[in-house]
Design a protein around this ligand. Structure first.
Ligand SMILES: [Zn+2]
Length: 302
């Protein structure tokens, strides 16, 4: 992100009403730790919320704010969320053996964390304590219930609860994003597929780094901007653009959903921010627990 010349990017989005203005009003603050929300009046249920974004930490929410004419509010951000990642190799290309795969995925982890940090996602991905990647090609070659995932034909057929639970019962780690390296997805060797609200994703063995993180983005309940009305606000460099060689930014609306959407794996699977979760279906301002729009940017992105 750009837009801040200091070491920290801070920005707030408040739901309130400036005299004579429409809602919601957005305020950004320069580098610093205390954010002035401005003069916001008309304290109505659901409009007395501050959402704050800062680099390196998850977004913060402060509700029940009693707006005054010159109040200043301090918001506190929780520590970064650490979540494990576990790769399961159901297929290994003879041209890149297990050691080659491990090297690539270790480099991916560094790239992914640098991107998440730069974008203020407040998420740190950590290698599973059992190793970042485990070779399961033997199981994939012998067990039919696993073998059928090696070449994913149809996304829906494998992301339904029942079939995926069979794989989960055989190869899965709890409390981690499980990424299965397969030979092909929809007959392509560099494609991924994922299941919303699950902690499981699939990437074909030649998938680029952006695709791997993109599939985890789906686990965080982020959708393709180019498949919806918000497309004009994004471009192919967004992490969730459906097909891109170079994905490297998030909107603040996306960051917010990662942490607070009740369908995000962070909430639904890993139990973070349980008390602050919300449905994010109503993006308006009359909800008790409003969400920023998906296309909300506080800082411009490429
Ligand atoms: Zn996708």
């Amino acid at each position: 992100m750009t837009g801040c010349t200091g070491t920290t990017e801070n920005g707030v989005l408040v739901w309130g009403q400036l005299p004579g203005a429409t809602m919601p009003a957005q305020f950004t603050a320069p580098c610093g730790t205390t954010i002035s929300a401005g003069a916001v009046t008309n304290n109505v249920l659901g409009r007395n919320q501050i959402t704050s974004f800062t680099k390196g930490k998850p977004p913060a929410i402060r509700t029940g704010v009693n707006w005054g004419s010159s109040n200043s509010f301090t918001v506190s951000h929780p520590a970064p969320v650490h979540v494990g990642v576990k790769f399961w190799a159901l297929y290994i290309d003879p041209l890149c053996n297990l050691s080659c795969v491990q090297t690539n995925l270790n480099n991916w982890l560094s790239w992914a964390n640098a991107m998440l940090s730069r974008e203020g996602a407040g998420i740190v991905l950590t290698a599973s304590s059992t190793g970042l990647v485990t070779d399961k090609t033997g199981v994939a070659n012998t067990k039919p219930k696993v073998r059928k995932y090696k070449n994913m034909k149809e996304t829906q057929a494998y992301c339904g609860k029942r079939p995926i639970s069979k794989l989960a019962s055989l190869i899965k780690e709890s409390n981690a994003f499980n990424v299965y390296i397969v030979q092909t997805v929809k007959d392509e060797n560099a494609r991924g597929t994922s299941c919303y609200q699950y902690d499981m994703a699939f990437v074909a063995h030649q998938s680029i780094w952006g695709t791997i993180l993109h599939e985890i983005g789906h686990n965080l309940y982020l959708y393709h901007p180019d498949d919806s009305a918000v497309a004009p606000f994004f471009n192919a460099k967004n992490l969730m653009w459906s097909d891109s060689p170079d994905r490297d930014y998030l909107s603040e609306g996306q960051t917010f959903r990662m942490h607070f959407s009740q369908e995000s794996a962070l909430v639904k699977k890993f139990g973070f921010r349980e008390l602050e979760k919300r449905d994010c279906l109503d993006e308006g301002t009359d909800d008790n627990k409003p969400c920023p729009k998906y296309e909300k940017f506080i800082w411009p992105d490429p």
